[in-house]
Ligand binder design. Sequence first.
Ligand code: ZN
Length: 388
Amino acid sequence: MLTGDAAYIKKINRSLIISKIIEYGKISRADLAKITGLNKATISVQAADLLAEELIVETQQEHKNLGRRPIMLSINEQAGFVLGVDLDKNSITYTLANINGFPVQTDSIELQSSDYLVILGLLIKHIKAYRQLCEQARYGLVSVVIGIHGIVNKDEMIYFVPQHQWHNKNLKDDLINELGIDVYIENNANLCSFAEKVYKHHQSENLLSLSLYSGIGLGIMVKGEALKGYHGYAGEIGHMIVVPDGIPCSCGNMGCWEQYASESSLLKRVSKQQNKLDLRYGDIRNLLLEQEPNTCKQMEHYIKFLSIGINNIINLYNPEILVINSELLRIYPNAISEIQAHLTSTVSHYCELLISDLGNKASVMGACALAIKNFLEVTKLSLTIDNR
Ligand SMILES: [Zn+2]
């Protein structure tokens, strides 16, 4: 039996080997040894353990040429499943993914209530149903991660969810007590930045993900790690004051950035101006295509305010990649160039500014990725949902 340092080293090696098998998809023992710098005996012992645990499988690579065909190792993606959950204002979205990070089922359920106990009851019922779906797998449903559009502290306690007016809820323990399954609670902007890193920008160590929906959240990855602040509340950038004595905000201050640059602020302003109830993205797109003058003006105003905040964020973090997660800007073709036209300061530096491909799936995919990371106990994770 291994004790102390030896057990620790074995665990680190295991984490490294699993990470590389996931990253490469299929890899031979010899290549694993080369890439990790571990010796072949270590790789053999670890691979034997992982095979016995059914976490990996062996396949013989097909070669047209004659000669030795190396045996390849890959993740046994059916060994277990994870559930990512995006708990939003009007809906709960669930994505079930295999342990290779590939989504196998997504469902969205409309929410009729903000009552904590009602939503807790729904989560319990739905998670039990997903667990039943996975019961044939070797490890079944292994982990659940729930994205919260609100403030979550370092101990995964929900401090405040403005949309539901929840204060100090221990959703994690409430679910674990009922389900007896691994459950993690995380802020949705943090999950979005994790999804961007894990699924899209594998090499980026300094990445920011800015989510503009009903509020504005910033997920911060510095040196490949999430930066959360002392209490876990870092990234509440929507409450940066951009207009002294401006529009009152639910946080108690006035002139917060999200009152000017969240998507809901733009939708609200255009709806009011057009004398319509609750316009949606498609309506805005049509108004812009018609070049309706007031909507164009509002959009111009919106981009200006958005750029002011982005300028400040860039100055604060000097990011390699800044991903903007926005359904509204996805349908606005000139978004990036118009924002860049405002970023003229000689001190603002970044490498890449782009609109997220993952869009409104980022939070739930980040939740799946975090669940996999926790289950496999790996420090680095690179997954793909494309090219299948
Ligand atoms: Zn505020």
